[in-house]
Design a protein around this ligand. Structure first.
Ligand code: SAM
Length: 240
């Protein structure tokens, strides 16, 4: 048993090793992605493009890690930014720096008029832009514990660059979540999208972990979810 979960890690590992169960989960993921399942939900009134299982996992991580700065790349409608803001509000403090290359006026208006807007700093620009990173670094200087969530452009090159730029902000015990690693496991192609197997958040995480000894996959997270867009994408920092 641990702080994040009432179940012990052996029970979770046994469930994940159950091939029939894992196969059913994979089948559900493939079919539900085809139905754009992640577009079905909202958080406190704002659309969030996530599977509910991942939102629960992120909630557990935020509560356990108690970050005072959450850096999120990829805002879309703003539901995930509002979700992180709501967690920080419950924790009693902290800021979400939410970065998107294209913040549509109606999305900005909804986020800026939300009761939790005071916890959100919206940054419009590419997450890999030097000016954006410098601005984030400035914020991070005053933070004790930083969490990073990458959910923007899902190409290998972009995610690899984000990992290079944003992983240094996370310190030992903290988490860095790379969403949509599942693209690596899907048959593809993805019409109208540049990414696919071999060119995905999953391939970027694989390359990152091969040359970085500060992070490990927090296997318990995806093992217990099974239904997740981020298999192997929840990374725990084990070294400063
Ligand atoms: C999957 S959506 C984000 C979903 C959001 N995190 C949520 O949970 O509701 C991806 C977003 O990434 C943004 N994006 C694409 N390329 C980007 C880049 N280079 N830098 C920052 N954001 C980018 C898109 O504009 C889009 O809004």
């Amino acid at each position: 048993m641990n702080e994040r979960s009432p179940r012990d890690e052996h029970a979770i590992a046994a469930m994940a090793a159950d091939a029939a169960m894992a196969g059913s989960a994979d089948d559900f993921m493939r079919k539900s992605i085809a139905h754009r399942y992640s577009y079905n939900f909202s958080w406190l009134g704002v659309p969030i493009i996530q599977y509910p299982q991942d939102v629960i996992a992120l909630q557990e991580l935020v509560w356990a890690d108690r970050p005072d700065l959450i850096i999120e790349t990829g805002v879309a409608h703003g539901g995930s930014a509002v979700f992180f803001a709501s967690m920080l509000e419950l924790l009693g403090g902290g800021t979400v720096v939410a970065i998107d290359i294209d913040i549509r006026p109606h999305n900005r208006a909804a986020i800026e008029s939300h009761p939790l807007a005071k916890r959100i700093v919206l940054v419009e620009g590419s997450s890999t832009d030097a000016g954006v990173v410098a601005m984030v670094a400035d914020r991070a200087r005053g933070a004790q514990r930083v969490m990073v969530v990458l959910d923007s452009d899902h190409t290998h090159e972009h995610v690899a660059r984000e990992l290079e730029l944003y992983s240094p902000f996370v310190k030992r015990g903290g988490h860095l979540a790379v969403l949509d690693t599942i693209v690596e496991r899907l048959p593809g192609p993805f019409p109208g999208r540049p990414w696919g197997p071999g060119n995905s958040p999953g391939s970027a995480v694989g390359a990152f972990l091969a040359k970085n000894d500060r992070f490990v996959v927090d296997a318990e997270v995806s093992d217990k979810l099974l239904i997740t867009v981020a298999p192997g994408g929840y990374l725990r920092c084990v070294r400063d």
